[in-house]
Design a protein around this ligand. Structure first.
Ligand SMILES: Nc1nc2c(ncn2[C@@H]2O[C@H](COP(=O)(O)OP(=O)(O)OP(=O)(O)O)[C@@H](O)[C@H]2O)c(=O)[nH]1
Length: 610
């Protein structure tokens, strides 16, 4: 099952490539779920020395102040005996570093690339893989040393920033803490132990490491700690002797120093009985074994987390919609598809399936007849007005039999009233159509992402509806005008001839004649106008539907399509300018989904290989 650490290593690298370093993004994180060994300790406690002796190589930057300013994810891969050792950085794939002093330089340079020369810290990890026959499979994360004071050139906040970064790692329940404490200091004040006690009070995730055992005052020893009495942890404490500053200066190599360390324990009167469980080689083996077992235990949990996150991300992506095409042809296609989606919904509103179209019928069935009924014909055809109009039409010679001109003027005047309801019907339908356009845009889910295109479609539709309204008005008014331009002759021919009956006994016979004569004229005109009203009640809706509703259904966006065809790539792109926050979010989700899918493949492949 050695391959489990290798698998997790690969997933860890994918996390860094795809921008998952845990932390505060509102995306699901895999990084945080992966078990790892994190090295913590105060400045100069010997962290770098421990890492180097586990690896058996000099490769970490040295210097004063805070040298480690980005997390270093150190992945150790055991290779066959006899093969050459080399290091490889994730940010420089395919470049093999066989000279480990160049590894040190690259760590320094890469740290500066991210943080500048400002000596700030950054949470973005550097990934270094070391392939060597002298290592065990293990992943260690080196973090900046906990410090109490900022040095020159560093902001005051750095003390707190480092603590927060270290804390963010050690807080994770999947983190194995390698707490480094120098034996020549008071252990009660050890930063590493203090922090690990806080986040892991039962000590099940903490490995205590005591460095600098060789530097303890003569006559003192750390047996109480190493045997687990002074500071009990679930795992046994491991004592270490690294190279001293003098050894480093003398260029004592790591292999020699490992040998020296072995010697120290084997020959020590204090620690001789613990010799087989001390030293950096032993530490590496224990950690590797422990990491394996933690990974094995966590694998089912990680797998279900991966599956759940894939589902969530896929759901979110389908909600966010596909990303926008980049070339003009595809953009035009997308815009046309979006327009069609809108058009489909608009038609559903008119044809039924969605509400709204029925209100147009309401205009014809209710509003128009009511408006026609309310026209003021009674006033227009009052005796007084009839007399006035007829007399005026007659001029100096009153009519002899029937007042032809009088009739015409009265009818003309009455028909003129029909213009009002005709125009009102056109306007009422216009506003209903406008409202349906507004609703259809709002209901077109696909358009939601594109506020600019939405506005353009609204403007184009509104402009088209305006045109239809003008045309409809012309047509309906023309129908009214047509009624007055040629009267139905038959109607008048069929009128019964005047026969005088009854009348008012108190008025003179001339008056009586005149009054009933005018009354009859009024009633004739009234029934003619009634006949026209019936006709218009049927023909106005036909004209309105023909000019407005039918046009809206068939050619609402025709002009817009013609304009679209003339647009250049840049203008098309402008129509599709999505909300930038949305674009960003989609990109993040796509990357994270890629990570989870590759992690799933990695895990599947080890499970199948078992
Ligand atoms: N004699 C002796 N010296 C040690 C031991 N461990 C570390 N040192 C020395 O202590 C100094 C600090 O060690 P580092 O390994 O650089 O400590 P660090 O925790 O990585 O330090 P920073 O990265 O600066 O926080 C170096 O000069 C080491 O040679 C040890 O076990 N014995």
């Amino acid at each position: 099952m050695e391959s489990l650490i290798v698998t997790v290593n690969r997933i860890q690298r994918a996390c860094t490539v795809l921008g998952d370093h845990g932390g505060d993004t509102n995306l699901p994180t895999l990084w945080e779920a992966l078990p790892s060994v994190v090295v913590v300790g105060g400045q100069s406690s010997g962290k770098s020395s421990v890492l180097e002796s586990i690896v058996g190589r000099d490769f970490l930057p040295r210097g004063s102040g805070i040298v480690t300013r980005r997390p270093l994810v150190l992945q150790l891969h055991k290779t066959e005996r006899g093969l050459q050792e080399y290091g490889e950085f994730l940010h420089l794939p395919k470049k093999k570093f066989t000279d480990f002093s160049m590894v040190r330089k690259e760590i320094q340079d890469e740290t500066d690339r991210m943080t500048g020369k400002s000596k700030q810290i950054s949470p973005v990890p550097i990934h270094l893989s070391i392939y060597s026959p002298n290592v065990v499979n293990l992943t260690l994360i080196d973090l900046p040393g906990l410090t109490k004071v900022a040095v020159e050139g560093q902001p005051e906040s750095i003390v707190q920033d480092i603590e927060s970064m270290v804390r963010s790692y050690v807080e994770k329940p999947n983190c194995i803490i390698l707490a480094i404490t120098p034996a020549n200091q008071d252990i009660a004040t050890s930063d590493a132990i203090k922090l690990s006690r806080e986040v892991d009070p039962t000590g099940e995730r903490t490995f205590g490491v005591l460095t600098k055992l060789d530097l303890m005052d003569k006559g003192t020893n750390a047996i109480d700690v190493l045997e687990g009495r002074a500071y009990p942890l679930q795992h046994p404490w491991v004592g270490i002797v690294n190279r001293s500053q003098a050894d480093i200066k003398k260029n004592v190599d790591m292999i020699a120093s490992r040998w020296k360390e072995r010697e120290f324990f084997a020959s020590s009167p204090d620690y001789g009985h613990l010799a087989s469980k001390m030293g950096s080689e032993y530490l590496a083996k224990v950690l590797s074994k422990h990491l394996e077992s933690v990974i094995r235990a966590r694998l089912p949990g990680i797998t279900s987390l991966i599956n759940k996150s894939i589902e969530e991300l896929e759901a979110e992506l389908s909600h966010l919609g596909r990303s926008v095409a980049v070339d003009a042809g595809a953009q035009l296609y997308t815009i046309l598809e979006l327009c069609r989606a809108f058009d489909r919904i608009f038609k559903e509103h008119l044809d039924g399936g969605r509400p709204g179209g029925d209100r147009i019928y309401g205009v014809f069935d209710h509003q128009l007849p009511a408006a026609l009924r309310k026209l003021p014909f009674d006033r227009h055809l009052s005796l007084q007005n009839i007399r006035k109009v007829v007399s005026e039409a007659d001029g100096y010679q009153p009519h002899l039999i029937a007042p032809e001109q009088g009739y015409r003027r009265l009818i003309d005047g009455a028909l003129n009233y029909f213009r009002g309801p005709a125009e009102a019907s056109v306007d009422a339908v216009h506003f209903l159509l406008k409202e349906l356009v507004r609703r259809s845009i709002a209901e077109t889910q696909e358009l939601k992402r594109f506020p600019t295109l939405q506005a353009e479609i609204a403007a184009a539709a509104s402009e088209a509806l305006e045109r239809f309204r003008e045309d409809s008005k012309k047509t309906t008014l023309r129908m009214v005008d047509m009624e007055s331009s040629y009267l139905t002759v038959d109607f008048f021919r069929k009128l019964p001839q005047e026969v005088e009956k009854g009348g008012n006994p108190t008025s003179s016979s001339v008056d009586r004649y005149a009054e009933s004569h005018f009354r009859r004229i009024g009633s004739n005109v009234y029934s003619y106008v009634g006949m026209v009203s019936d006709t218009l009640r049927n023909t106005i809706p036909k004209a309105v539907v023909y000019c407005q509703v039918r046009e809206a259904k068939h050619s609402l966006l025709d002009h817009f399509y013609i304009q679209l065809g003339k647009k250049e790539g840049k203008q098309l792109a402008q129509l599709l300018d999505e909300d930038p926050a949305l674009m960003e979010r989609r990109q993040q989700c796509v990357k994270r989904l890629e990570l989870y899918k590759s992690a799933r493949d990695e895990i599947d492949s080890v499970l199948w290989a078992r």
